[in-house]
Design a protein around this ligand. Structure first.
Ligand code: PLP
Length: 403
């Protein structure tokens, strides 16, 4: 196991103060803080190797290209993809899902075809499908939840028909903090001949991802939630789909030849990487994933599960505490009596505690639960039990003010 207090020293922002109080950063599901090695990797890239990738014969461009492609292999290794050409760099989860909705949609979907999502999806895994529905008239079917807010897998089985073309499902809910049985869901889809996209935004930072063991057809995640910078993310896809899918954006690097009459496209992954990529972001993402690998994702998961468990135990002391859903990972959503989440969040902020409040970009889920939103504490490897204690004392103090 690692010592979170030693780890904290590698994250410069964690020693800052908010309103004169030590920062207690519990908004990691929104974005994680960055270790020194990632910050340095960005600075070093601009100071020593910066040049546009894949274009230059000159030395710097070649070094930048090598490091960019090395980062792709680091991602490949991190998610156990069969080949690095199946790793496409995007701006993040949102862009990755939009890419699939657009390219898979253009290539394989027709009016009346069905796409299955779930009640607990982030807007990023709802709206791209609605845009496609508005454009070509697909049908969106939604997996309902059981009373305990977990996925209703039996109902899911019943959503398939001969027009079902894709399932797009979150691995871990950003609101409920629960892990979906994605392997079972993928197997059910495959037994119906339907491919599956897994939204790994909330799983990749906290659990071992093996796209081959999952047999996921597409897997997407964001760098910034796994200690890397903003603006870089990943789409993994099986070659059988990626090869047949139309490009997403047109421009430089995604082409083989361009004539005014006709353009032919580049091989994977470049077919989906039009324009100058965020190669510095990709290099920094590679650094962040190496950082996680050095500590060990299983160790991180164990530490975060311990924090979640401890939070649930300590929350039991708080009167009128209501846990939303069945958290099993690194995020806990809750409500306290009838204190509005925004009020609780604002007052905790004054105590230096950064937590998330509101609908968490999952309005259909919040509507389904019939609540105004939630307060969410979400953990990363650098959080401590003492910070949970500070949170608990903070909530008790706010609750006394409202009593
Ligand atoms: N999907 C889930 C489950 C998320 O939690 C998030 C972000 O919170 C996203 C998608 C969107 O990620 P991004 O904004 O990095 O594209």
């Amino acid at each position: 196991m690692f010592n979170p207090n030693e780890i904290r020293e590698q994250f410069p922002i964690l020693s800052t103060q908010v309103y004169g109080k030590p920062l207690v950063y519990l908004d990691n599901a929104a974005t994680t803080q960055k270790p020194r090695c990632v910050i340095d990797a960005i600075s070093e890239a601009y100071c020593t190797i910066n040049a546009n990738v894949h274009r230059g014969v000159h030395h710097l461009s070649q070094v930048a290209t090598e490091q960019f492609e090395e980062a792709r292999r680091t991602v490949q290794n991190f998610i156990n993809a069969p080949h690095s050409r199946q790793v496409i760099f995007t701006r993040g989860t949102t862009e990755s899902i939009n890419l699939v909705a657009s390219s898979f949609g253009n290539s394989f979907l027709k009016e009346g075809d069905r796409v299955i999502i779930s009640t607990m999806e982030h807007h990023s895994n709802i709206v791209p499908w609605q845009l496609l529905r508005d454009r070509i008239g697909i049908e969106i079917r939604v997996i309902p939840l059981l009373p305990d807010a977990t996925l209703d897998v039996e109902a899911y089985r019943g959503l398939f028909n001969e027009r079902t073309r894709l399932v797009s499902l979150t691995h871990v809910s950003n609101v409920l903090g629960c892990t979906n049985p994605v392997k079972e869901c993928i197997d059910i889809a495959h037994s119906n001949g339907v491919p599956v996209l897994i939204d790994g935004a909330q799983s990749t930072p906290h659990t071992k991802v093996d796209v081959q063991a999952l047999d996921a057809d597409f897997f997407v995640f964001s760098g910034h939630k796994v200690y890397a910078p903003t603006g870089i993310g990943v789409l993994y896809g099986k070659e059988e789909w990626l090869e047949k899918m139309q490009p997403y954006h047109g421009g430089g690097e995604m082409i083989q030849t361009v004539r005014f009459e006709k353009t032919t496209y580049n091989e994977l992954p470049y077919k989906f990487e039009a324009g100058t990529p965020d190669y510095v972001g990709a290099i920094a993402l590679g650094k962040a994933l190496e950082f996680v690998q050095q500590i060990g994702i299983e160790n991180i998961a164990r530490h975060e599960r311990m924090l979640t468990q401890y939070t649930l135990e300590r929350f039991a002391e708080i009167e009128n505490m209501r846990i939303i859903g069945k958290p099993d990972g690194s995020a806990v959503s809750f409500l306290v009596g009838d204190i509005h989440p925004a009020d609780l969040g604002t007052l905790l902020d004054r105590l230096g505690i950064a937590i998330r409040t509101g609908h968490h970009c999952a309005q259909p889920l919040i509507d389904h639960l019939g609540i105004p939103g939630t307060v969410r504490a979400s953990f990363a490897l650098y959080n401590t039990r003492e910070e949970v204690d500070t949170l608990v004392e903070g909530i008790k103090r706010v609750a006394r003010m409202f009593a």
